[in-house]
Ligand binder design. Structure first.
Ligand SMILES: NC(=O)c1ccc[n+]([C@@H]2O[C@H](COP(=O)([O-])OP(=O)(O)OC[C@H]3O[C@@H](n4cnc5c(N)ncnc54)[C@H](OP(=O)(O)O)[C@@H]3O)[C@@H](O)[C@H]2O)c1
Length: 295
């Protein structure tokens, strides 16, 4: 079966490739040349905003399923470049949802825990989103498009993703933090942001499973440990043998020029635990998995 994976060079996609290769015929799209060299994986370098080229490649591949990870994922960049954020996060998702609808392909869309306002925490799939920044607004609009295109489609709301890049580069806060800790540099983490971090290895496995199973609808892919980002970083530093004193507390909503963040965006993972074979893991289980994962 053919799997189309957008955002191919990204952090989450690296783990999706690792779990899908050998089981799926994987076709990846990204805007830049791929640093990954996997003989069984096919690469297509293009800007997904090019609707005609996207249509041509899609019709050439005719995927069974699409895992759509490509996005403008930097919250502050989205806040300051709203037109582009809307085009990339909502517009491209709309184009892919239409192609999937026309061909009958199943679409797995990567959304975010930050669709919630963070006033309640422990959000379930039935809680209503209430975005506090523009990035989340674009994701909520995209969620609605994906869900209304087909009952088979999946909106996977991802918690904060923790781990080392499996392939290529990617936007990994853990890799950046380890580099700074090695140099003895202090690293600020917001104590006001409570999350349910999920390791990237578990996430890749869950997304591939969703591409091949019968589930349709919203699902929260979240870890089993609820913790603020400052405490999370201290726990990680301690486990990896660095001084936790190098982790310093900050408040993301008190920093000038930053887009607002939800305080408690923790998500309930009961549904994922019930319907997926992939187990949702605790912070320490996920950390062990990501530090020792080999393809
Ligand atoms: N990482 C997290 O903690 C987290 C949490 C919740 C939700 N999510 C969501 O999960 C998804 C994956 O996140 P990630 O951390 O893997 O993001 P990422 O590392 O930034 O990967 C996204 C990839 O998409 C590519 N891309 C962006 N615009 C494109 C375009 N117009 N055409 C083709 N490719 C394009 C990016 O290329 P460039 O880098 O060159 O732009 C990048 O390689 C995103 O939808 C994100 O919103 C992530």
């Amino acid at each position: 079966m053919k799997l189309l994976l957008t955002g191919f060079n990204g952090f989450v996609a690296g783990s999706v490739i690792a779990h899908a290769k050998g089981k799926w015929e994987v076709h990846g799209i990204d805007i830049a040349e791929s640093p990954v060299n996997e003989p069984t994986v096919f690469y297509h370098t293009m800007d997904l905003l090019n609707d005609q080229k996207l249509t041509d490649i899609f019709n050439e591949i005719r995927p069974y399923a699409v895992i759509h990870t490509a996005a403008m994922a930097n919250i502050d960049l989205c806040q300051n470049n709203q037109e582009r954020a809307e085009q990339v996060n909502t517009g491209i998702t709309k184009a892919i949802a239409r192609l999937c609808q026309e061909s009958g392909a199943k679409m797995i869309f990567c959304s975010t825990d930050t669709v919630f306002d963070g006033k309640k925490g422990n959000y379930t799939e039935t809680d209503a989103p209430h975005p506090v920044n523009f990035y989340a607004e674009t994701k909520v609009k995209a969620e609605q498009i994906v869900l209304s295109a087909s009952n088979n489609n999946v909106v996977a709301r991802l918690s904060l993703v923790m781990g080392l890049p499996v392939m290529g580069q990617g936007n990994s806060f853990l890799a950046d933090t380890i580099e700074k800790l090695k140099m003895g540099v202090q690293v600020p983490f917001p104590a006001n942001e409570i999350r349910t971090p999920l390791d990237v290895i578990t996430l890749g496995s869950a997304l591939v499973e969703l591409a091949g199973n019968q589930y349709g609808g919203i699902i929260h892919l979240a870890g089993s440990t609820k913790i603020n980002r400052y405490e999370m970083a201290r726990a990680i530093a301690t486990t990896l043998g660095y001084s936790p004193e190098l982790i310093i507390s900050s408040d993301s909503n008190a920093m000038e020029g930053r887009a607002p963040r939800p305080n408690d965006a923790s998500m309930d993972n009961s549904l994922a635990k019930k319907i997926l074979k992939t187990p949702m893991r605790t912070l320490s289980e996920g950390l062990e998995l990501t530090m020792n994962f080999k393809i």
